[in-house]
Design a protein around this ligand. Structure first.
Ligand SMILES: Cc1cc2nc3c(=O)[nH]c(=O)nc-3n(C[C@H](O)[C@H](O)[C@H](O)COP(=O)(O)OP(=O)(O)OC[C@H]3O[C@@H](n4cnc5c(N)ncnc54)[C@H](O)[C@@H]3O)c2cc1C
Length: 303
């Protein structure tokens, strides 16, 4: 028979780990299932400067701290991908390793990388979505960071310390990211900008990226740029597959729940970036984790 938990949390990002902390502190049995790496998106951030109480902390360290706190409180945390959930008064959660059952379920499945959608993009080496994870492979080389938000700017700052040259390519003339990060980049000698431009093609040899085709988004003029690495930071999409099998999702793939994190399905709660909301940040993900966990605890106690 499947091992039973009061609450199963799907996703080990900030929302899921915070939910585990709150649910354990309320005395519930908790299983958290994560498919890739604990900490979710933030684990790939070189530097976080807006999490209250931590003026500057690496995403990896923040992720470790959240993990240790949830584990220390007695949450069972496993590296398994949830493939399917069968809803009912008792829910059955199937993973690539086995099956578990629970009374309440928290969906905290977050977001995944958006890609540029270029031919050959999936098959080439030399393309990365995580400067912290892969930056060291490009030490002393020329790389491009594509994107205009804080992630792209932080990635460029991080890579400027390792790489010979970093070119930031963005399709608009101004950045969405914080001006303070743009100013820091502008002061660096080994960083340059190509704006407004898009990457519209890839050059490769033996399945290794060797260069990019760029297009000026105003004039349409095309040019080539030789590079060893392309770091894509062009946004995120919700991880909607599992959620969509259980609860309604909106046209963009987010679960349309309010601040109370309730879904129309009894005993299923949603937390973090996969919920439809205005601000997707660490603080709001953690807040959702707390709210969803307390609602799930109440549901378990009343069931
Ligand atoms: C590079 C980068 C830098 C950022 N920097 C900042 C910053 O400085 N400050 C800030 O406030 N915010 C920052 N953010 C945003 C912040 O990281 C997110 O808002 C936050 O991580 C959302 O947390 P979450 O738990 O909702 O989702 P996520 O972090 O996306 O975590 C969801 C987790 O669920 C897992 N999962 C999905 N499906 C399954 C499944 N079927 N089975 C098991 N596990 C599954 C995923 O693998 C993932 O680990 C940054 C994001 C990125 C990408």
């Amino acid at each position: 028979m499947a091992e039973h938990f009061d609450i199963i949390i799907i996703g080990g990002g900030p929302a899921g780990l915070t939910a585990a902390i709150y649910a354990r502190r309320a005395g519930k049995t908790v299983l958290l299932l994560e498919k890739e790496g604990f900490g979710g998106q933030i684990a790939s951030s070189p530097n976080v400067e807006n999490f209250p109480g931590f003026p500057s902390i690496s995403g990896a360290e923040l992720a470790d701290r959240l993990y240790d706190q949830a584990c220390g409180l007695g949450a069972q945390i496993d590296l398994e991908e949830v493939l399917e959930v069968q809803d009912g008064s008792i829910k059955t959660v199937s993973t690539d390793y086995g099956s578990y059952s629970c009374t309440a379920l928290i969906l905290a499945t977050g977001m995944k990388h958006r890609t540029l959608g270029l031919p050959g993009e999936d098959a080439l080496s030399g393309i990365s979505f995580c400067a912290v994870c892969d930056g060291a492979f490009y030490a002393g080389k020329d790389v491009v960071v594509c994107g205009g938000g804080n992630t792209a700017l932080q990635d460029a700052l991080f890579l400027s310390e390792l790489c010979r040259h970093v070119t930031v390519i963005h399709r608009r003339t101004d950045f969405r990211g914080d001006p303070i990060l743009v100013e820091r980049l502008q002061r660096l000698e080994n960083v340059s900008f190509i704006l407004p431009a898009e990457v519209v093609g890839l050059h490769s040899q033996d399945s290794v990226l060797t260069g990019l085709v760029l297009q000026d988004t105003i004039s349409g003029t095309r040019s080539n740029l030789a590079v060893s690495g392309l770091f894509e930071a062009v946004g995120q999409l919700p991880e909607q597959r599992l959620a969509a099998s259980l609860v309604p999702v909106d046209a963009d793939g987010f679960v349309p729940a309010g601040e109370n994190c309730l879904t129309p399905a009894k005993g299923i709660f949603v937390a973090g970036d996969c919920r439809s909301k205005e601000v997707r940040q660490l603080t709001t993900a953690c807040a959702d984790g707390a709210v969803a966990a307390l609602a799930a605890c109440k549901y378990c106690s009343n069931t």
